[in-house]
Design a protein around this ligand. Structure first.
Ligand SMILES: [Zn+2]
Length: 292
């Protein structure tokens, strides 16, 4: 009983509710799209690492299930900073290395874990190839959530409250993590099928163009998207370059906001969310095809 009570205390009162990036739906959708674009060699290698049969369906289900492991374990492994990069509104692209001390940011971890998977002999890493694969799958999706690549002294939109909340989302970050993806379709299998149909209609040149770039390019694209479609669109004031440890010490202009998100904004953002999920899926497939 006491144990149960302690668990309840730590999960529901003391601990912050885990902020799953793209929550489950987004991560699983990206993983499912990627599997549809893997080479036979990469598919066989991924199936071996995951310990599942090498069929498109088995691998899609296994990679989708593996795609949220990094969020589920980040408190124990103290790897929360690997899921984003705090690029200030005032930064330019050359500041990416500066904002990533000791490789503790998403783009650096994508690079390092993809390199581990690409190595043909065992590498000196505390992480297994299964861990490396689960991290790459997760972080490529994370950097396509625009609020994982920006800071306006607001912990990537975690400090701006929504009033009223949108579904379960009580702040701006959660809106982009979950509510906007779920507004497309809360079922990752159905959403991936729907987005795949859009991909199939694209000329192949457009597909390969979308899959292009490296992790820094993707981060920068997300950053610019956040500035235009989130901060400017929602009239959020630009704050000085600050990285507060919590929203309690964020600037008043940010922490006192009560954003009203209407259906018009949600509808306006849907094509952007769709495109970010498609890009993340195609880019993840390209990276895995090069690494596995
Ligand atoms: Zn994450």
């Amino acid at each position: 009983m006491r144990l149960l009570f302690t668990f309840w205390l730590s999960c529901c009162i003391l601990g912050p509710f885990p902020a799953y990036a793209w929550w489950e739906t987004g991560h699983q959708t990206v993983a499912r799209i990627a599997v549809a674009h893997l080479s036979p060699e990469a598919r066989a290698h991924a199936a071996r690492i995951l310990g599942v049969e090498d069929t498109p369906q088995a691998l899609a289900d296994a990679l989708a299930a593996a795609s949220t492991w990094a969020d589920e374990t980040k408190a124990q492994t103290q790897t929360g900073s690997w899921h984003f990069i705090d690029l200030a509104v005032q930064d330019d692209k050359t500041r990416i290395p500066l904002r990533c001390p000791d490789n503790n940011c998403a783009p650096a971890r994508i690079r390092l874990f993809a390199a581990q998977l690409a190595a043909r002999q065992p590498v000196d890493s505390p992480w297994s190839d299964l861990d490396a694969l689960r991290y790459v799958v997760h972080f490529v999706a994370d950097v396509h959530q625009p609020l994982h690549a920006v800071s306006d002294a607001d912990l990537g939109g975690n400090c701006e409250q929504l009033d009223p909340p949108v579904e379960k989302a009580r702040n701006l970050h959660a809106l982009w993590d979950g509510a906007l993806v779920d507004a497309l379709n809360p079922d990752s299998r159905a959403l991936a099928t729907e987005l795949e149909a859009r991909i199939e209609q694209m000329p192949s040149g457009e597909q390969s163009g979308m899959a292009a770039g490296n992790q820094d390019d993707w981060v920068w694209e997300s950053h610019e998207l956040a500035l235009q479609d989130i901060y400017t669109n929602l009239h959020i004031p630009t704050e000085p370059v600050l990285f507060p440890a919590s929203c309690k010490v964020a600037p008043e202009a940010i922490s006192s906001m009560a954003l009203e998100i209407g259906n018009a904004y949600i509808d306006e953002m849907k094509p952007i969310v769709r495109e970010q999920l498609i890009k993340a899926g195609l880019r993840l497939a390209r990276l895995l095809n090069e690494s596995l």
